[in-house]
Design a protein around this ligand. Structure first.
Ligand code: ATP
Ligand code: MG
Ligand code: MG
Ligand code: MG
Length: 482
């Protein structure tokens, strides 16, 4: 089943259950303190927190999301994209746990011929919050899940709270068993490679006060209006329904892998484990495909490359993609080949990526060119430094690596790799301590100014689920990569 059909069935199903279909909001969150939309619930925060009266009591959406916090997982796990689409259904003081569970089960297990996704019931596992007996009973009573396939999880996994006084409540998640070829038996608690989390049901049920931490607070009562917030990863469902190994091989992403393979002359083999000799190259191709798509969607939503905030995330995604292509052996500009492949895979659902492609591609190609120029000019500087260090019989100094980074925008992993090619080590420890000093200076500077960072952390908490919202500083911690 194609992605477009998956999302169509989602919306049709929930509309048939009385939900209002709400179009995806922009990736650029309307709240300036939150860099990106990281979940389907973000546009509904005012309703879920009862700050505004919702115009409907039930809604459904397929929301574009960016999670920069997952960037290091991309290509290595089967299930983490920096961009993905979260299908959601929401109840604002309307139905609660019982219907949320019934809807999820019905949609997942109804046959494809009858409009559902046709997942085999015996492949589905469920987690509930450890004290939520009610949820477990509702699963047992209303669905075909036997008690052996229901697992209890603690607060850190299965409880949603904002970290602030206000609404909170337990979650229940649905996992799909990919079978013994993928890992050990025993459910999601035993193996998250074999058991793929597909859907999170959040039951906003309690009012909490005296919040000491995200998992330590006092429940002071039931909410007068209880809410449902759910999120299903469209790409994860697509990966199951399309019978592929991971979300990067689904119909909206795979064409870019194929293009990267063609350009580099490397074979893509679906390698899953680091022991597989193809793994490194396969991960690079998956990273390329993921990041190119994220860049396409971000530029489409109005983000442009820059050195801070959202623009820096975009810059980093493009540079990581270019860098990965370079590691695959392609040194010339490749976005003019990769970006159209991503456009063609996405335009069925997002026609704007085609109608606005002239603008989108201009921005993306210019960024790639600028990065290639950076690489070229840094390379000359690096070669000088290599020559001097060799003559002195010393490793490349931390100062040299830092200057390359700071003045030439030359990423440290590139320095490491090129120095190694020249048979030279780099004083990485000295480089890192120079970076650390610079970071402290920047943070001290920022403290003097008034910034939105405190607000960002509030929203980070508000979103719960431990999701990291990008801030310039946290992103800079990952300096070892482009
Ligand atoms: P995981 O534990 O696998 O990282 P999560 O618990 O962080 O997922 P939730 O915050 O519960 O994810 O989001 C709801 C759903 O969105 C998940 O069940 C999953 O299907 C999907 N999802 C979350 N993060 C990603 C991602 N980076 N890429 C693709 N789908 C995702
Ligand atoms: Mg999870
Ligand atoms: Mg989850
Ligand atoms: Mg996660």
């Amino acid at each position: 089943m194609k992605s477009q059909e998956i999302t169509k069935r989602w919306v049709d199903f929930f509309v048939s259950k009385g939900h209002t279909a709400v179009p995806s909001a922009s990736l650029v969150s309307s709240d300036p303190s939150l860099l990106f939309t990281v979940a389907g619930m973000v546009p509904f925060i005012p309703y879920l927190t009862a700050r505004e009266e919702p115009p409907y009591s039930r809604a459904t959406s397929v929301q574009k999301c960016i999670r920069t916090g997952d960037i290091e997982e991309v290509g290595k796990t089967a299930r983490h994209g920096t961009f993905f689409q979260m299908c959601g259904n929401f109840s604002f003081g309307d139905y609660f746990k019982e219907d949320a569970i019934k809807f999820a089960w019905e949609l997942l297990t109804t046959s494809v011929d009858d409009g559902g996704y046709g997942l085999a019931p015996e492949r589905l596992w469920v987690t509930v919050y450890e004290e939520d007996d009610e949820a477990e009973e509702l699963w047992l009573k209303n669905t075909g899940v036997p008690a052996e396939r229901i697992q209890r999880m603690g607060k850190s996994d299965n409880y949603w709270s904002t970290g602030q006084p206000g609404p909170a409540g337990p979650c229940s998640e649905i996992y799909y068993d990919r079978g013994p070829a993928y890992g050990v038996e025993g459910g999601p608690l035993a193996d998250e490679t074999r058991y793929i989390e597909i859907w999170n049901l959040v039951f906003m049920q309690y009012q909490i006060e005296n919040v000491r931490s995200k998992v330590d607070f006092d429940i002071v009562g039931e909410l007068p209006k209880k809410n449902i917030d759910t999120g299903l990863g469209m790409e994860r469902l697509a990966m199951i329904l399309q019978g592929v190994e991971n979300m990067y091989e689904t119909d909206q992403v795979r064409p870019v892998i194929d293009k990267a393979a063609e350009l580099s002359g490397k074979e893509y083999t679906s390698a899953e484990t680091p022991e597989d000799p193809h793994h490194t190259d396969d991960v690079r191709m998956r990273v390329v495909a993921d990041h190119i798509r994220s860049a396409l969607m971000l530029i489409s939503d109005g983000v442009t490359p820059s050195n801070e905030g959202r623009g820096y995330v975009l810059r980093r995604l493009i540079r990581r993609a270019v860098r990965s292509m370079r590691l695959l052996g392609v040194e010339q500009a490749c976005l003019p080949e990769l970006l159209p492949a991503s456009r063609d895979a996405m335009k069925g659902v997002y026609p704007v990526v085609e109608t606005d492609f002239a603008r989108i591609s201009r921005i993306a190609y210019a960024e790639e060119k600028a990065f290639l120029r950076t690489i070229a000019s840094g390379t000359a500087r690096l070669e000088d430094a290599v020559k001097e260090s060799k003559a002195a019989n010393k490793p490349l100094s931390g100062e040299d690596a830092f200057t390359l980074h700071d003045t030439y925008g030359f990423p440290i992993d590139l320095t490491l790799e090129m120095a190694e090619e020249a048979g030279l080590k780099v004083d990485e420890a000295a480089f890192r301590s120079l970076m650390q000093e610079q970071r402290q200076r920047a943070q001290a500077d920022a403290k003097g100014k008034k910034g939105g960072h405190a607000d960002v952390s509030v929203f980070q908490e508000l979103l719960g689920q431990g999701e990291t919202v990008f801030t310039g500083y946290t992103e800079l911690e990952g300096e070892s990569r482009v």
